[in-house]
Design a protein around this ligand. Structure first.
Ligand code: DIR
Ligand code: MN
Ligand code: MN
Ligand code: MN
Length: 297
């Protein structure tokens, strides 16, 4: 399938500058030529326009930059949706994880029942009530499940976007109290670092693929680079030690490629300002290679 790249230079969903440069950093790491080398037809649609935090007001401290995040996620949703309509694979570069609200809104309306893989050190299952930070990047999975601020939950005019039984979280190692409650309440399958250590990534991915592809007609991958260990992906705003290794993450992507289930993907939270020589964008691009079928032999 042909691929359409979309850049989302979003940094309003969290507190550290520089993640708006993530899409540029990923392009600089030669994403497009790698994918073309694998035989794909690739177009780059360019960036969604996002206002800089200096030019706007924070607003409600429990839902920082709510109005602007809603507006730019609506725009991203429309762009992603038109890519799906054109029978192309949307591949979105970020940008902080609040952008997933827009990406998922744009893809999920094209499926009756979409599966979702949330690869992250965090749950992103807070709401304005439970969030310790007020940062919307820590709420984007809850919002996609229909829980949280109605303005965000109803982006693109429908809710919820995905169901908890079709959602898996992989790599979690830092969850807030409200997020743990929501996981128990909704019954979301979470493969924490404990399960990855104990079962191994191969078995975790077998189970995860089984869950997200059961009775679904599309699967979205939302990959937060902080799911990886900070040694392998240092250029992220909220690093948490003890993460998924470079090799484990490749195996996960290779198994997704083999399963052939993905219909859209986003690579988020790349912050080149906090990075060492663009290592994190390079890892993101290498993982995209595996997602799109690159093999050693
Ligand atoms: C934290 C951090 N749970 C919050 N979340 C992050 O602010 O809600 N998500 N960093 O990726
Ligand atoms: Mn995240
Ligand atoms: Mn995270
Ligand atoms: Mn199912």
């Amino acid at each position: 399938k042909p691929i359409s790249i979309i850049g989302m230079p979003m940094d309003l969903g969290q507190g550290r500058r520089g993640v708006d440069m993530g899409p540029s950093a990923i392009r600089y790491a030669s994403a497009q030529s790698l994918l073309e080398g694998l035989g794909y037809e690739v177009e780059d649609i360019g960036d969604i326009s996002v206002p800089s935090p200096e030019s706007i007001q924070i607003g409600n401290p429990k839902l920082k930059y709510l109005t602007e995040i809603k507006d730019v996620c609506e725009k991203l949703s429309e762009t992603v949706s038109s890519v799906v309509e054109r029978k192309r694979f949307p591949l979105v570069f970020g940008g902080d994880h609040s952008m997933a609200i827009g990406t998922i809104a744009g893809v999920a309306k094209h499926y009756n029942n979409m599966g979702l893989i949330w690869f992250d050190a965090h749950g992103d299952l807070n709401t304005g009530k439970t969030s310790p930070s007020g940062n919307i990047h820590g709420m984007s999975l809850a919002i996609s499940l229909g829980i949280g601020d109605p303005d965000l939950v109803n982006i693109s005019g429908y809710a919820p976007k995905v169901r908890p039984e079709n959602t898996v979280i992989i790599g979690a190692r830092e969850l807030d109290p409200g997020e743990k409650e929501l996981i128990a309440q909704l019954g979301i399958k979470v493969f924490t670092m404990h399960e990855i250590d104990r079962l191994g990534m191969a078995r975790v991915m077998d189970e995860a693929i089984g869950i997200v592809s059961h009775d679904t007609d599309g699967v979205h991958l939302s990959l937060d680079l902080d799911g990886l260990d900070p040694k392998d992906a240092p250029g992220v705003g909220t690093p948490v030690p003890g993460g998924i290794t470079y090799r484990e993450s490749h195996l996960a992507m290779e198994m997704l490629a083999e399963a052939g289930i993905l219909t859209s993907a986003e690579f988020v939270e790349v912050n080149p300002i906090l990075d060492r020589e663009n290592q994190t964008a390079k890892v993101a691009v290498a993982l995209m290679g595996s997602v799109f079928g690159q093999k050693v032999l």
